[in-house]
Design a protein around this ligand. Structure first.
Ligand SMILES: [Zn+2]
Length: 452
């Protein structure tokens, strides 16, 4: 393995791209035709007729891996936080004139409002365990068990997770989590709570079904595993909040609340099965919301980086200097054909993101001309398609666009935390473990009293 930066000192990168081997490889590669069959078509959404929700619940996670002293070399701990913040749009309007807060500064003040967890990394073994991986698995289970969103509700994150686990198909059993460490070759379906492997008899946790431990490494860095934990908790929290509202008979109030999530509405890697389960659960909850309000849930994932963000930037530049393809307030709903033809080359019959996404992507240029790559969920069977760019399938899209216009500043595009930061003065941090739901319920009920 070369050291970081070694190639650069050995041979400058631009010279590598010039070399014969690289040129040869490119000559054998498919290049995008200058005039592609699928051209981007920006459209202006219909004017939003529905009243905008007064609140946005923004969920945003982060993680860091830190070196710790255990006496063993290279010992590391993963620190994952997921912040949930309620943004009051009535206040946003009043504070529009004020200068946005620096996101880095805001993140510091936000820490107290987070689900925060320290998880074992390489060479950190808890007292009851005999390996870092086993410690990681146990701590993850304990984290889900101990994460209580509201003191009055006492429902833990584990119960939401296990409700989704119950939706997981049982057709393909997974390998015993002790396969690598103890050579157990058993294959079985992981159930709720703490059980045991039918062959080796060792403890198996319901969270083992996430299979994040398969990406855990006993030596070196575990950024991938911690990233997966953060991704799962962010998405679980949204479902958790919705299920709590359901228990409190508040689903009919959800027209005053939109959910914004950091990253796409998708689950990647070993826990990807969760995506279909979340999709199913959202459809179930949405049917109830639809029945009592006639509207769909407002949930949005915002993508910060990646091929879609790059592609949006690229197509927005036209050959005419100073002229951009997307005018302010124009969107484009991405179809399967467009994605495969222009963004991620594929001849596959399988729909883009079929196993990972529970929503579909669109591009939107806000009133302030920020480019946003976002994902709206599939909330009905009809919405669960990438076949056409027919916006009538997604009646909530005009409201989503209007919301983005309201909260995205031109200064910080493409992520939830800048969105929170830009609206910091109107953001109410939700201290998990304290009466979050009571706070939320009061906010939602309060909007009714305000005559909204
Ligand atoms: Zn076993």
């Amino acid at each position: 393995m070369p050291y970081e930066g070694e190639y650069a000192t050995y041979r400058p990168l631009h010279r590598i791209s010039e070399c014969e081997r690289v040129k040869g490889l490119l000559a054998r590669s498919k290049l995008l035709a200058a005039k592609s069959a699928c051209e981007p078509r920006p459209v202006t959404p219909p004017e939003n007729a529905a009243p905008l929700p007064r609140f946005i619940l923004a969920v945003d996670g982060s993680y860091a891996e830190v070196d710790v002293k255990t006496g063993y070399p290279g010992a590391k701990v993963g620190y994952c936080t997921v912040a949930s913040v309620l943004i009051d749009l009535n206040l946003v309007g009043k504070l529009d004139e004020q200068r946005p807060t620096d996101p880095a500064e805001f993140r510091k003040t936000e820490q107290a409002a987070s689900v925060d967890a320290a998880l074992p990394g390489s060479n950190v073994v808890t007292r009851r365990q005999n390996s870092a991986r086993a410690s990681f698995r146990e701590e993850l289970y304990d984290l889900f068990t101990e994460t209580i969103v509201d003191e009055d509700d006492r429902t833990n994150l584990l119960s939401t997770y296990e409700a989704l686990l119950a939706l997981k198909p049982t057709a393909s059993p997974q390998t015993c989590p002790y396969e690598e460490s103890h050579g157990c070759t058993a294959r079985f379906t992981v159930g709720a709570r703490c059980t045991t492997c039918p062959t080796c008899g060792r403890p198996v946790y319901s969270t083992d079904a996430l299979r994040i431990h398969e990406r855990f490494r006993d030596i070196g860095t575990n950024g991938e595993a911690f990233g997966l934990v953060m991704q799962v908790i962010e998405r679980l929290l949204v479902v958790h909040f919705l299920r709590c509202f359901e228990r409190r008979n508040l689903l009919h109030r959800l027209t005053s609340l939109a959910f914004f999530l950091d990253g796409p509405l998708a689950v990647f890697g070993p826990p990807a099965w969760l995506s279909a389960a979340i999709g199913k659960e959202l459809m179930r909850l949405n049917a109830k919301v639809q029945a009592s309000t006639g509207q769909d849930l407002l949930i949005l994932g915002i993508e910060k980086t990646g091929a879609f963000v790059e592609h949006f930037t690229e197509i927005d530049q036209t050959e005419t200097p100073g002229k951009q393809l997307f005018a302010a307030r124009q969107y484009m709903l991405l179809t399967d054909g467009y994605i495969k033809g222009r963004i991620l080359h594929s001849d596959s019959q399988k729909r883009y993101g079929e196993d990972t996404y529970f929503g579909r992507k669109f591009f939107y240029k806000t009133r302030s001309e920020s480019r946003i790559v976002a994902v709206i969920p599939f909330l009905t069977d009809a919405q669960d398609s990438l076949a056409t760019d027919d916006i009538s399938l997604y009646p909530q899209l005009p409201a989503v666009c209007a919301l983005l216009d309201r909260v995205v500043s031109s200064q910080y595009a493409n992520a939830v935390s800048p969105l929170i930061a830009a609206n910091a003065q109107a953001a109410i941090p939700l201290h998990l473990g304290s009466k979050v739901l009571t706070q939320l319920a009061r906010a939602l009920l309060g909007t009714a009293e305000d005559g909204r």
